[in-house]
Design a protein around this ligand. Structure first.
Ligand code: FMN
Ligand code: COI
Length: 370
């Protein structure tokens, strides 16, 4: 595909973004207001440095972790992101096939351009894969219940309840470039078309169907009453909310600020991860997304207490670059970098990655141990 050499996720970002019209590129790549959080999600990783242990036998490294009762190839999955047909006509089908080929799991957005049945089938035709279904609390409870029931029937293992989006973030870049969901696209899980979404007010758009009076006390018991799937909360940034998720019996949380697309000036997810992991004390699964762009970022997130990393935009760049093959390339870059990082840091298995592998820069002083 083209003369470019795509070696890193940053190379893929350039090559994939180049293929997109400006308004689509802005919709995918940018975030809320001044985009402090979008930037910091990635740059915050530079506070941390890896302290390798040397002269260790790393000839047989295992990168596997177990998730939803099955080993996945390495601790990276693809976050639920809507409108993947805008990046490539095959959209979520291509993503699902690439994830299955690579042995990792995939999140399906409620605003996918294909149905949950089509997406899960596309992946399973290639190889073993688990999917999770992302859900917004909706004003239309019947519709919400339908999404949950279809996801469960299609074999999804968990609901990721997106808790950070009672209303949409303030997205100047998108609004300046006049982004509108493209005519002709459908959102079959929501039973909507782009044309119907375009009729909502400009700053509500997609989120006009979300329930802004949602609450822990209503949503979680209701979900439990209608499904046996695991319930995870996506969009947690504080130890307090980790504790609440435990109280409500949730199986996991995604430490996430929605890739900086919702509330700007929330902290980088890597910066709140240690406190959240400490609060969890092993009572709930802690995963993370936002700004993860390399194998060393993944290593740092695991060292600071995450069990698994999820990525959104890198998948969209891969799709835009070359459909399914582009997403496979994205996964391959992360896998090779992560495995090589483990070997060079002297870690033979995931359980050997810990805070003792990291140093941190505090103010202007020398590198400090964690
Ligand atoms: C274009 C786009 C669409 C997204 N759509 C959804 C969505 O429908 N539901 C959701 O919970 N998160 C959505 N997200 C957020 C991702 O699930 C994820 O939290 C975020 O992309 C992670 O940050 P990263 O892109 O820096 O890896 C979307 C993100 C992007 C970039
Ligand atoms: C379907 C949209 C609400 C997706 C999006 O822009 C987001 O979740 O950030």
């Amino acid at each position: 595909m083209g003369p470019e050499k795509i070696l890193s996720i940053s190379d893929l970002e350039s090559a994939g973004s180049k293929k997109l019209p400006v308004s689509t590129r802005d919709f995918f790549n940018s975030g809320a207001t001044t985009q402090v959080t979008v930037r910091e999600n990635s740059t915050a990783y530079q506070k941390y440095r890896i302290l390798p242990r040397v002269l260790k036998d790393v000839s047989n490294v295992s990168t596997k972790i177990s998730l939803f009762g099955r080993d996945i190839a390495f601790p990276l999955c693809v976050s639920p992101a809507g409108l993947q047909a805008m990046a490539h006509p095959d959209g979520e089908l291509a993503t699902s096939r690439a994830c299955a080929k690579y042995g990792v799991n995939m999140g399906i957005s409620s605003y996918a351009n294909h149905t949950v049945e089509q997406i899960t089938t596309a992946g399973k035709e290639i190889g073993p894969i688990h999917h999770i279904m992302q859900l917004y609390s909706m004003k239309d409870r019947e519709k919400e219940e339908q999404v949950v029931r279809r996801a469960e029937a299609a074999g999804c293992k968990a609901i990721f309840l997106t808790a950070d989006s009672p209303v949409l973030g303030v997205r100047y870049n998108e609004w300046r470039s006049g982004f509108l969901p493209p005519a002709g696209l459908a959102y079959p899980m929501m039973g909507k078309t782009s044309e119907q979404i375009q009729q909502q007010s400009h700053d509500d758009g997609f989120s006009s169907f979300n329930n802004d009076s949602h609450s822990w006390a209503v949503e979680i018991p209701w979900l439990r009453s209608i499904t046996k799937m695991e319930i995870w909360i996506k969009g947690v940034l504080t130890p307090e909310d980790v504790e609440t998720a435990i109280e409500y019996g949730c199986e996991g949380v995604i430490i996430s600020n929605h890739g900086g697309r919702q509330l700007d000036e929330t902290p980088a997810t890597i910066d709140v991860l240690p406190d959240c992991a400490k609060a969890a004390r092993g009572r709930i699964r802690i995963h993370i997304d936002g700004g993860i762009r390399s194998g060393t970022d993944m290593f740092k997130a695991l060292a600071l207490g995450a069990e698994c990393c999820w990525v959104g935009r890198p998948m969209l760049w891969g799709l835009a670059y070359n459909g399914q093959e582009g997403v496979e390339l994205m996964l391959d870059i992360f896998y090779q970098e992560f495995k090589r990082c483990m070997q060079l840091a002297g870690c033979k298995s995931i359980s050997e990655i810990s805070a003792s592998s990291l140093g941190v820069f505090r103010s202007d002083g020398p590198l400090a141990r964690l």
